[in-house]
Design a protein. Sequence first.
Length: 94
Amino acid sequence: MESYIYIIHDGENNVKVGKSDNPKKRVKSLQTGHPKNLEVLKTFSVPKNKVFKIEKECHRKLNTSYEKRGEWFHSVILWDVEIIIESIVEEHIL
């Protein structure tokens, strides 16, 4: 069974990286309490039994490069975040 690691952004270089079985539904639930328009930037399909470990590794790696407030990483370089997440996902599923 598959799950997803997602990158959601708010249009101002702030991102949330998380896990979900349905990223579109997740962004809708986050949008309710967020003043800016949220969009799923990218999703990565991962085995459900590895999604928690991959998410934790993504957060650990991003914490070394970017400021985090709550569940959001701030002032990120979007392509850098994509590359970091993609490399972690590939490492865990190949």
